[in-house]
Design a binder for this molecule. Structure first.
Ligand SMILES: [Zn+2]
Length: 305
């Protein structure tokens, strides 16, 4: 049977990419040194296509141009102006998920799908007026209501615990908000294809979220940090993963433990920070998640549904 839908990982790293331009943490240093145990990664995004060959991006990363250069199916095919990319779906208004919209501003009609909270965050930032509203149509999507970003792909947005974007945090930061500022995406080929779920940012795995994701054919989940205190321990920054809105992978309250025992056919960590030892082939942390059946996503990986 032909796949009814393909998912391509355009960027598997968190904000900053891998290696990060100004970082010499132990994991980035391997990349700068050309160590064969690591591969470079661009910032967080996937592309989804059905049988007709149109693509919807889920999130537009600051590396969008590089990602389009690296992925021939997403390049122009005919005429003077062309792109098979006709839709962008946003999971939040974080810089690594929306800055790439500015790279898509060359008078190409796009449809932009997001929750009201995310569209309001964009509207409050005048730089996004560069995406002319007469060409780039904003479509507000309610949680739990199916929509078709491209004709033959069905998606649904669902709330996940998260926080306001870093640039819009204000004085008091809560990371347990489930009001549509951070969402996951359920997606499948139109018709009755198998569901996949994409959750690049998630502060906690609640029982409700675990019930929703159990049984999915493909889970792509937030793998930002391996350890909650990784950034602090390495002297890279003052924040825990939790404070940044990302549940850690490891530990008794991490995502690896949270999904143990869930019937999930394929599961891959995405949105991986450059400090995360999962990026290193053969590291103990990498071996641990692989033994539990997880893939560590790489740019260019493709999944058929
Ligand atoms: Zn680093």
């Amino acid at each position: 049977m032909d796949a009814s839908c393909v998912v391509r990982i355009l960027g598997s790293a968190a904000g900053g990419g891998y290696p990060q331009w100004n970082c010499r943490c132990p994991v980035c240093t391997l990349a700068w040194d050309g160590d064969s145990r690591v591969v470079r990664r661009t910032q967080s995004s996937i592309a989804v296509s059905g049988r007709l060959g149109e693509w919807a991006l889920v999130n537009a990363s600051p590396d969008i141009r590089q990602q389009l250069l690296d992925n021939p199916p997403l390049q122009p095919r005919r005429g003077q102006r062309d792109s098979p990319v006709t839709a962008v779906v946003l999971t939040n208004a974080d810089i690594d998920h929306v800055a790439g919209l500015l790279g898509l501003r060359e008078r190409w009609p796009l449809r932009l799908f997001a929750t009201r909270a995310v569209l309001m965050a964009l509207a409050a930032n005048p730089i996004f007026r560069a995406l002319d509203e007469t060409l780039v149509e904003r479509r507000e999507i309610a949680l739990g209501v199916p929509f078709h970003p491209v004709t033959d792909v069905e998606m649904e947005l669902f709330p996940v615990p998260g926080k306001a974007p870093l640039w819009d945090e204000g004085d008091e930061v809560r990371t347990d908000i489930e009001d549509g500022r951070t969402v996951g995406v359920a997606l499948r080929g139109a018709g009755d294809g198998a569901w996949a779920h994409y959750v690049p940012g998630c502060a906690a795995v609640t029982d409700a979220l675990r019930r929703r994701l159990a049984g999915t054919a493909l889970l792509m989940f937030d793998g930002t940090l391996y350890a909650d205190d990784e950034m602090i321990r390495l002297g890279l920054g003052p924040k825990t993963g939790r404070r940044m809105g990302h549940i850690a992978v490891g530990g008794s309250d991490g995502s690896l433990a949270a999904f143990a025992g869930c019937a999930i056919a394929r599961k891959a960590y995405v949105h991986i920070n450059n400090s995360n030892p999962l990026l290193v082939f053969g590291s103990p942390e990498r071996c641990e998640v692989e033994a539990a059946g997880w893939l560590v996503a790489e740019d260019g990986m493709e999944f058929s549904l």
